[in-house]
Design a protein around this ligand. Structure first.
Ligand code: PLP
Length: 407
C-alpha cells in the first residue's frame, strides 16, 4: 500500500473542503436543542442565511438531511397528487428532482435545454403561454447543474414567466451555486429555494434547507401530498422555524455560524469574485489542454456557451474513445488529487474539477498541475501549458459577468 504524504487535494464539486474553523466550531459536546443557547443560535443562523439568499421576505426551514431531503420537502409541501410542474431539464440533477416530483404523483412536463447549452427562457415562455388552463403549478430549475458545470438563467426565466403572465410558482435549486455566485431570491421572484450545506457553505454534507416566501407558504396550506418529516406546518410558527421533526442537527448550526462568519468577513461579493477568478483560471487551463491542433482534439469545457460555464466547477469533456475515469484514477492514486466523476450519461466521458468553497490560487494551481501530469500518464491527448495559461488568467483582472436582468 502506498503512503500519502502532504496535503491531499480534494477538488470535488461537493462535498468541498471544510475549513478548520468550521470543523473546530462543530467539535463540541451536544447541548439541549430546546434550550436558550441553541434556540438563539438556530434563530440567528437561519436569519443570516437569508442574507446569502438575498431575501427579506422569505424564511428558511432547515432539515437534518442531504439535498435530496430538501427536494422531497419542496414537492411534499407544495403540491397535490396529479399537479403538473414544468421542469427545466439540463442534466443529472434536474432529472433527479423531476423524479422526486413523479414519485409523489405529480405530472412532469419538461423543457429540454439544448445539448451543452443553457436553458432557453423563450422555450419556457412558450410552454407557459400554451398552458391556457393554468395547469402548470410550478416551474423548476437548477441554477447550477453540478453534472455539467453549467449555470442556468434564473433571472431570465422569471422574466419570461412574467412576460406571459403565468402564475406558476418558481422553484430554484441553488445547491451548488449558493455562496459561490450570485443568487437573488426576492429580486428574481423565486418562491422556493433549495440549498445544501456541503458546497459553497463549506460544511459537511447532511444539512439542507428550503427558503419559502408567502406564496409558497400559502400553497403549502392547500397541498394534499403526504408529508411527515418535511411538514412545514409542524415546524414553522409565525413565519419562522421553531422546531425540527425530531432532534435538531445541533453541530451543523455551530459550523454554519462559523461559515457565515467567514463569508461575512470576506464579503459575499468578494467570495463571488474569488470563485470567478478561480473558474476563469480553470477554464483557461482546460482550453490550453484542448489545443492539440488548431481544431482542438484534447479535453474541452463541457459548456459550449462561455457565459453559461459555471463559476463553482468545470466539467471537462474528454475526447471520444478516452476514459475520463482513468485520469481521475491517476490523479487520485498518484497525486492525491480527488476529482468528481461524470454522472449519468456523462460517466467515463467527463471529469469535474470543483473550485468552490474554501479554495485559493495555489490550491487550484497545484491541482491543475497534477491533472496535467495525470492526462499524460493516462494517455489522454492534450497540449501542455495548461497551468501557465491558468497563471496568465490569474494575472489578468477578472472580467465581470454580464449583469443578470431584473424580473
Ligand atoms: N442538487 C444539486 C444541484 C446538487 O449538486 C446535488 C448534489 O450534488 C443535489 C441537488 C443533491 O444533494 P445531496 O447529494 O446532498 O442529496
Amino acid at each position: 500500500m502506498s503512503v500519502a504524504r502532504g496535503w491531499q487535494f480534494f477538488m470535488h464539486p461537493g462535498p468541498t473542503n471544510i475549513p478548520l474553523r468550521v470543523l473546530h466550531a462543530m467539535a463540541r459536546p451536544a447541548v439541549d436543542f430546546t434550550g436558550p443557547e441553541f434556540v438563539a443560535l438556530r434563530d440567528r443562523s437561519l436569519e443570516r442565511l437569508k442574507g446569502i439568499l438575498k431575501t427579506r421576505q422569505g424564511f428558511v426551514v432547515a432539515y437534518a438531511a442531504s439535498g435530496h431531503g430538501a427536494w422531497d420537502a419542496s414537492i411534499a409541501n407544495l403540491f397535490s397528487p396529479g399537479d403538473k410542474v414544468l421542469v427545466c431539464m439540463a442534466g443529472y440533477f434536474s432529472e433527479n428532482w423531476a423524479t422526486t416530483a413523479r414519485q409523489y404523483g405529480l405530472e412532469v412536463e419538461v423543457v429540454q435545454a439544448p445539448e451543452r447549452r443553457a436553458v432557453n427562457p423563450e422555450a419556457v415562455a412558450e410552454r407557459l403561454a400554451a398552458d391556457v388552463q393554468g395547469k402548470i403549478k410550478a416551474v423548476m430549475i437548477v441554477q447550477n447543474e453540478t453534472a455539467t458545470g453549467m449555470r442556468h438563467p434564473v433571472a431570465e426565466v422569471r422574466a419570461a414567466m412574467n412576460r406571459v403572465r403565468h402564475p406558476a410558482l418558481y422553484l430554484v435549486d441553488t445547491i451548488s451555486s449558493l455562496a459561490s455566485y450570485d443568487f437573488r431570491m426576492d429580486e428574481w421572484g423565486v418562491d422556493l429555494v433549495i440549498g445544501g450545506s456541503q458546497k459553497g457553505l463549506m460544511l459537511p454534507p447532511g444539512m439542507s434547507f428550503t427558503a419559502i416566501n408567502a406564496r409558497a407558504w400559502e400553497a403549502a396550506q392547500k397541498a394534499r401530498n403526504p408529508r411527515r418529516y418535511w411538514d412545514w406546518r409542524t415546524m414553522v410558527e409565525d413565519g419562522r422555524q421553531v422546531r425540527f421533526c425530531g432532534t435538531a442537527p445541533i453541530a451543523f448550526f455551530y459550523g454554519l455560524e462559523a461559515s457565515l462568519d467567514m463569508i461575512e468577513e470576506e464579503g459575499l461579493e468578494n467570495v463571488f469574485a474569488r470563485h470567478r477568478r478561480l473558474a476563469q483560471a480553470t477554464r483557461a487551463c482546460v482550453k490550453a489542454w484542448g489545443a492539440v491542433s488548431p481544431h482542438g482534439g484534447g479535453p474541452e469545457i463541457y459548456s459550449l456557451d462561455a457565459e453559461a460555464a459555471s463559476d463553482s466547477l468545470t466539467a471537462v469533456l474528454c475526447p471520444p474513445g478516452h476514459d475520463a475515469d482513468r485520469v481521475r484514477a491517476v490523479a487520485s492514486e498518484r497525486y492525491g488529487v480527488g476529482l468528481g466523476r461524470g454522472l449519468g450519461a456523462l460517466q467515463g466521458r467527463v471529469f469535474r474539477i470543483g473550485h468552490m468553497g474554501d479554495l485559493n490560487e495555489p490550491m487550484l494551481l497545484g491541482a491543475l498541475g497534477a491533472i496535467e501530469l495525470a492526462l499524460a500518464e493516462a494517455g489522454m491527448p492534450h497540449a501542455r501549458g495548461g497551468v501557465a495559461a491558468a497563471m496568465d488568467a490569474l494575472r489578468a483582472p477578472a472580467a465581470p459577468r454580464m449583469a443578470a436582468v431584473a424580473a
